[in-house]
Design a protein around this ligand. Structure first.
Ligand SMILES: [Zn+2]
Ligand SMILES: [Zn+2]
Length: 355
């Protein structure tokens, strides 16, 4: 069914949502129209909506960039297929793309930010067809759940690749129980890490992570950096592994405290992968990196070509989605935004169109 109108919750201006309808545009040859089945609520949406982070497309626009759905119009080989829409879609035609770093293509399009006025909190969305991830046999996994693979699961996967996670690795995840961090923890373990230490300020969620990839958990609340370092050391001793070299640290919180802790934990031939985003300045004696022969790596999004592998890991249960997601009606979007803004979500919320 190809509609003439798209039902949507538009951000008319930051802090304001309006339920409205917009015409379905005439599709170009390389575009597809996706009927949205689920769209994840991401912290990025919240930062556009409440915190003054500007979207590339000025409002009014529809937010939402974690989308799964069904292709209802476009290339014949895709019509009727269930798909995940990548959160960032590269141009596939520039030097960065050709260099293999397409996830940071400067011409990339992101639904709910730079894909014109279109985003995932809508009944339908027109998208570039080239990089859609076809779902195939999902073995009973609800299609809505697959929406969070775009971003919340693929971003940490790419971070793990950037950190070259391999069998036996010693890993620390800061923000290990959060919306992205919980998947970072699971993925590090699924990729063979020998020891994963999960650090997070939320005790309940952290406890749960012990079932999903964290070998050891640590709440830094009320502890100084030295105390935390000592705790890591004690954990290493207990597990009979080395404490002072080769650790791979994934900073997912983007907070000043998290980043400062991450930097303090960097040691000999260590790796720090910066996954979270925040705007605070952090001080660090860069010569320590030189002395440690260590590295700091930034990571952004995930190339669409890896989506199929991440999807496979989810379908096969190597990455658990069910305990970490919650499906709600899209008509309750304002409530969901408010709750996310106040940090009241226990799980990643997926909105499913009901209008
Ligand atoms: Zn996001
Ligand atoms: Zn490009």
């Amino acid at each position: 069914m190809i509609p003439t109108q798209i039902q949507t919750w538009q951000m008319s201006e930051p802090g304001k949502l309006a339920r409205t309808s917009i015409p379905v545009p005439v599709l170009k040859a390389d575009e597809a129209l996706v009927e949205v089945k689920g769209c994840g609520v991401c912290h990025t949406d919240i930062s556009y909506y409440y915190m003054g982070v500007p979207t590339e497309q000025k409002p009014p626009l529809t937010l939402g960039h974690e989308i799964s759905g069904v292709v209802v119009a476009g290339p014949a080989n895709l019509v009727g297929k269930e798909v995940i829409v990548p959160a960032v879609m590269p141009c596939n035609n520039c030097d960065i793309c050709r260099s293999g770093r397409s996830n940071r293509c400067l011409g990339q399009k992101m639904p709910g930010n730079s894909l014109g006025i279109y985003g995932g909190f809508a009944s339908h969305i027109p998208v570039p067809a080239a990089d859609l991830c076809v779902v195939g046999d999902r073995r009973g996994m609800p299609l809505e759940w697959a929406s969070v693979i775009a971003d919340a699961v693929t971003t940490p996967y790419q971070a793990a690749l950037r950190g070259r996670v391999q069998a036996g690795d010693r890993v620390i995840v800061i923000g290990a129980a959060g919306g992205v961090g919980s998947f970072m923890t699971q993925i590090a373990k699924a990729m063979g890490a020998g020891t994963v230490i999960g650090i997070d300020v939320n005790d309940d969620k952290l406890k749960m992570m012990e079932k999903y990839g964290a070998d050891v958990t640590l709440n830094p609340k009320g502890k100084g950096v030295k105390e935390i370092r000592d705790a890591v050391k004690a954990c290493a001793r207990e597990r009979n592994i080395t404490h002072n070299w080769g650790w791979k640290i994934f900073e997912v919180t983007g907070t000043k405290a998290g980043q400062e802790l991450a930097l303090a934990l960097v040691s000999f031939v260590g790796t720090l992968v910066v996954v979270g985003y925040g705007t605070d300045q952090t001080q660090y004696m860069l010569s320590r990196l030189m002395a440690f022969d260590a590295e700091i790596i930034g990571t952004w999004g995930c190339p669409p070509k890896y989506y199929a592998e991440v999807l496979r890991m989810c379908i096969e249960g190597k990455i658990a989605l069910e305990p970490f997601v919650e499906v709600r009606p899209m008509s309750r979007i304002e409530y969901a935004f408010d709750e996310a803004h106040h940090g009241r979500h226990k799980k990643r919320v997926i909105l499913t169109p009901d209008f």
